[in-house]
Ligand binder design. Structure first.
Ligand SMILES: [Zn+2]
Length: 304
């Protein structure tokens, strides 16, 4: 009898322990989810300064409120395929895969494509809702001997100008860099991504294609050909564009090696928040100017 009671007690205690353990895992996951959410939202606010004016929590859903009074959801909280993320993205979907800022030597896995999911509602508000609006925001940026139209909003054209200045100085010294850069294939082009009803980032005037090689694009070339082109590509060009908040299509499984796209939210998230665990402060490492302090205050006050 005694033995049976002890046995039952042990089972009971064991049950308590595992319940406790599950609760702890839930707590840790909950904390990580919240930290990532705050970091994602801060990345968006820093990348599009002035465009996010408030944060709202309704029925457990978090929304960013834009200057143009749009409500952009942070997380749909449903399982989505990659195609669904491309067609109907949340902020979480856009920033889910962290863009790597290190040099790479091999093409990423097919399903690794950080930045290929785009938040069109925000892009339209920032760069223009229609072809006419976008075109009225374009300015010329000197790239080599020619001018190319790029969007003047949100520092996009200025960032291209800075990147081109630095990279063209290097090109004067290096045949290899010159060859990767020129002739530039194009910037603004109001078109849809082939085979989809999604606008190309070129349609917003926030992307540039450098010199074309037939092995550059996943639809034109095999992965082996893409890999060979990647191996021979100038790492200096990539580093300079990334420093100026451009992501590179060479770091996508669906590779697009001549393509650079102005996406400050991806670069900012990677620059400051790519380490898995920090020591408590969720915004550790971010440069704290007055503007950014205000963003952090807003985020902390709304998401406790
Ligand atoms: Zn392109």
């Amino acid at each position: 009898m005694k033995k049976v009671i002890i046995f039952l007690c042990l089972i009971f205690l064991n049950g308590c322990n595992s319940r406790e353990a599950i609760k702890n895992i839930d707590n840790i996951e909950d904390k990580q989810y919240k930290t990532t959410m705050k970091q994602d939202i801060l990345s968006i606010m820093m990348a599009y300064p002035g465009y996010i004016v408030d944060i709202k929590v309704e029925n457990d859903n978090v929304y960013l409120i834009t200057k143009g009074n749009q409500k952009i959801i942070y997380d749909h909280k449903t399982q989505k395929s990659d195609e669904e993320k491309l067609n109907n993205p949340s902020i979480k979907d856009v920033l889910e895969q962290i863009y790597p800022l290190n040099d790479i030597d091999t093409l990423p896995e097919q399903n690794f494509n950080p930045g290929r999911v785009r938040l069109y509602s925000l892009l339209k508000e920032v760069y223009g809702h229609t072809k006419e609006q976008i075109e009225s925001n374009l300015v010329n940026v000197k790239c080599g001997y020619r001018n190319y139209p790029f969007n003047s909003k949100n520092n996009a054209a200025k960032s291209l100008e800075k990147a081109m200045k630095e990279v063209s100085l290097l090109a004067e010294q290096s045949y290899h860099i010159r060859n990767c850069l020129y002739p530039i294939s194009g910037t603004y082009n109001f078109r849809y991504i082939a085979g989809t009803n999604r606008l190309s980032p070129h349609a917003f005037g926030i992307a540039i294609d450098l010199a074309r090689d037939n092995r550059d694009y996943w639809k034109w070339a095999s992965r082996e050909q893409g890999q060979a082109r990647l191996s021979s590509y100038s790492k200096e060009i990539v580093r300079i564009f990334e420093k100026n908040n451009f992501i590179w299509g060479g770091k996508w499984g669906y590779f697009d090696i001549l393509h650079f796209e102005y996406r400050p939210e991806l670069i900012i998230k990677s620059r400051y928040f790519s380490k898995k665990e920090s020591n408590g402060i969720w915004y550790e490492g971010v440069p704290l100017n007055e503007e950014i302090k205000k963003y952090i205050q807003l985020i902390d006050s709304k998401l406790e």
